[in-house]
Write a protein that binds this ligand. Structure first.
Ligand code: AN0
Ligand code: CP
Length: 320
């Protein structure tokens, strides 16, 4: 693997999951692989899990990890080409990314969408500038349209905890008070459509995801119908793709929050969420505190997802 920005960078997702589960059994087996190698983790937005799990994964491989919260600790970044920088921005991403590439062997980047200009977000305008100018392999720590480390951890979790060969996996929209990116559901859909699962997406009218991510999924506006016989229920809020970044009809959809009652017709479903989660808005206390929830286990698996990816990227560096 040369970079990790989406499922398209992975040749065999099942082999990557198997590798992650092996690392979980024996976390320090490749301590020598990352010796004298450094990963930089650059955040333009907040993070708890991605930051800590990727650092942990790097340490398990014998690497050094350096973190920069570039939005708070770096110079104010200019992202536009050709800008006359006589305003608030101090450093252009061309120099910032190129200089970071001088200090590290791998670079992780987190860059959320603005949710106002769909074309800009879906072209990954900011993320791709880091890819273009840093000169080292890049790992997505969640970009405007995808969160592949999360999706890999989700697939690892489903593979580990499934009780039938081909589980039914349901992605269900949940209420929220502010517009959130489509990155997590896009990415989850993109991975599930390639996994050995029956994949169903349910959301209210107006929350259709971009088709490029959902090809092969069953899509319904009927949440009850979707939840029937589900083995895994993946809860997530997202804002609309069209009209972009808006939350059409939100006031009518409070009843989309998952409760124990809604799971009665499921196959004793396990409930997932990428976290952070707003309790009793997106997901009820009774689910999060109860036996259905596997969200902490899922977050734990972020380490093995990151470690499997870093291992393959390091092996690729060695072979160059
Ligand atoms: C982000 C999102 O929905 O993309 C990050 C999730 C991992 N969530 C929030 O901004 C609350
Ligand atoms: N799930 C996830 O990526 O969490 P953080 O935003 O805390 O990294």
């Amino acid at each position: 693997m040369k970079q990790f920005t989406s499922v398209h960078d992975v040749t065999d997702i099942n082999a990557l999951v198997a590798e992650a589960l092996q690392l979980k059994q024996d976390p320090y087996a490749f301590l020598q692989l990352g010796k004298n190698k450094t990963i930089g983790l650059v955040f333009l937005n907040p993070s708890l899990r991605t930051r800590m799990s990727t650092q942990k994964a790097a340490l398990n491989l014998g690497m050094n990890a350096m973190v920069l919260n570039i939005d708070k600790e770096g110079w104010a970044l200019e992202l536009q080409d050709g800008a006359v920088m006589n305003g608030t921005s101090v450093e252009h991403v061309r120099e910032a990314a190129a200089v970071l590439g001088q200090y590290v062997d791998l670079l992780g980047v987190r860059s959320f969408p603005g949710l106002t200009d769909r074309e800009e977000d879906y072209s990954e305008a900011i993320f791709n500038k880091f890819v273009e100018y840093c000169g080292v392999p890049v790992i997505s720590l969640e970009s405007a349209t995808r969160h592949p480390l999360q999706s890999l951890a989700d697939l690892i979790t489903i593979t580990e905890l499934k009780t039938v060969a081909r589980p039914k996996v349901v992605l269900t929209w949940a209420p929220h008070i502010k517009p959130l990116p489509q990155a997590v559901p896009n990415s989850f859909a993109e991975w599930m459509c390639r996994a050995d699962v029956d994949f169903v997406i349910t959301h209210p009218e107006g929350y259709e995801l971009s088709k490029e991510f959902t090809l092969g999924a069953t899509i319904t506006h009927n949440q009850d119908e979707a939840l029937a016989t589900a083995d895994f229920v993946y809860v997530k809020n997202w804002s609309a793709y069209e009209p972009y970044g808006e939350m059409p009809g939100l006031d009518n959809y409070n009843n989309w929050m998952l409760t124990n009652d809604k799971l009665i017709s499921s196959n004793n479903a396990k409930v997932m969420h990428c976290l952070p989660v707003r309790r009793n808005l997106e997901l009820s206390d009774e689910i999060l505190n109860g036996p259905h929830s596997i969200v902490i286990h899922e977050a734990g698996n972020r380490v093995w997802a990151a470690q499997a990816v870093l291992k393959q990227l390091l092996e690729n560096l060695e072979n160059q």
